[in-house]
Design a protein around this ligand. Structure first.
Ligand SMILES: [Ca+2]
Length: 386
């Protein structure tokens, strides 16, 4: 019964032409052609290219703006002035101030982590993904401490301003996971003496985490947890299994959701289900026995950015879903999961708006960051069935 309903839902979603998209995002209108009817309203506005966000224990929402600002959104949607003492970023191309994530013990330490693009001066002279450890001042007006703790070296000297990855998540042991993009230099994803195109697992001070798969291996960076990634902007811990899930952009098609297992190779650019932008083949084909297959892949592209699992009570039917913010085609993907498997897919607000991130609020509602110059935080709440 459940499976039949799911299949019908997927078929419905697949048939909905983009031209019929409702264009309701943010208006307060009810979306009824979904497995659960919901209302979409604007919770907060006036944010320039919001990229990362996280709720604090007091219910306020920390939001980054890609040009280099960090703000707090109060529970009534009021947006603060930019916080002081935020590190300088390289705001160009896809780079800037990207993710933010409070430490698991934020309530006592006020510690948080930022991921950003950085331009390093001579002698390095190039760009990289950078992780910063910071502390939010008691009055929340500024960071009273902000210290870079890891650069995904070597720097890019080829002039790329793209593919930084840059999502942060914590595992059940409190270790910090950081995704890094391959900086549009494909072979870097397979090089183990290189931190680009990887997912790293770190102690809170940026050192390689205890138990990492390559600790003590000569010529291999001990921070590496998994490798062979292209541009991973999605990272989320499955709250039921504790496993870390990842989403990454393919080139033309080949977007992926992966289940991360220590030390494994996720294939890029040796294997991919997509092609290059000119239609030419990349690498050796779609799969190889010694490389990990994605849990799911998409052709044509959906361009997945932030992901998060939903375990709230406001949408009981969606408990156990993985939500994925999609840029192109713009919209929200909902994947049903059982354990660490994907069992179905539904597309919401499809063709409406580019979403950079999706997260669950302390109220169990779903919050979306729009990828717009005048960006917003949208809120989805259940609506009564008609
Ligand atoms: Ca892959």
């Amino acid at each position: 019964m459940r499976r039949a309903a799911l299949l019908a839902m997927v078929a419905l979603a697949a048939c909905a032409p983009l031209a019929q998209a409702q264009r309701v995002a943010g208006t307060g209108e009810v979306v009824r052609q979904a497995s659960v009817p919901f209302r979409v309203s604007t919770f907060a506005g006036g944010l320039e290219r919001p990229w990362g966000a996280a709720f604090l224990p007091d219910g306020r929402l920390l939001v980054t703006e890609r040009p280099g600002r960090l703000r707090l959104v109060a529970r009534d949607g009021t947006v603060s002035a930019p916080l002081g003492n935020v590190p300088e970023v390289l705001a160009a191309g896809q780079g800037g101030l990207l993710d933010v994530q409070p430490a698991p013990d934020f309530a006592t330490t006020r510690e948080l982590y930022l991921c950003q693009a950085v331009l390093l001066a001579a002698p390095a002279r190039g760009t990289a993904t950078r992780l910063v450890r910071a502390r939010l001042a008691e009055d929340a007006s500024r960071l009273d401490f902000a210290q870079p703790i890891l650069d995904a070296l070597p720097v890019d000297r080829g002039g790329s301003r793209n593919h930084y990855g840059c999502r942060i998540a914590f595992d059940t042991d409190g270790k910090l996971f950081l995704s890094t993009g391959e900086r549009q230099d494909k072979p870097r994803a397979q090089r183990l003496d290189d931190l680009a195109g990887k997912v790293l697992r770190l102690e809170r001070d940026g050192r390689p985490a205890a138990g990492n798969p390559f600790l003590g291996r000569a010529g291999v960076r001990p921070e590496i947890f998994t490798f062979g990634h292209r541009n991973p902007q999605g990272l989320a811990r499955n709250p039921w299994t504790g496993a870390m899930w990842e989403a990454e952009f393919g080139a033309r098609g080949g977007d992926e959701v992966n289940l991360l297992k220590p030390g494994l190779n996720y294939g890029w650019p040796v294997v991919t289900h997509g092609t290059d932008y000119d239609g030419s083949r990349i690498g050796e084909g779609a799969s190889r026995p010694d490389m990990e297959e994605p849990l799911r892949h998409w052709e044509p592209a959906v361009s997945p950015s932030g992901i998060n699992f939903y375990d709230g009570d406001a949408f009981p039917a969606w408990k156990g879903s993985l939500f994925m913010a999609s840029l192109n085609t713009p919209g929200l993907v909902r994947l049903s999961t059982e354990g660490d498997r994907i069992t179905g897919e539904e597309r919401l607000l499809w063709g409406e708006l580019r979403f950079r991130h999706v997260l669950q609020g302390p109220d169990g509602l779903i919050y979306l960051l729009t990828d717009e110059t005048r960006g917003r935080v949208l809120r989805l709440e259940p609506a009564a069935a008609r």
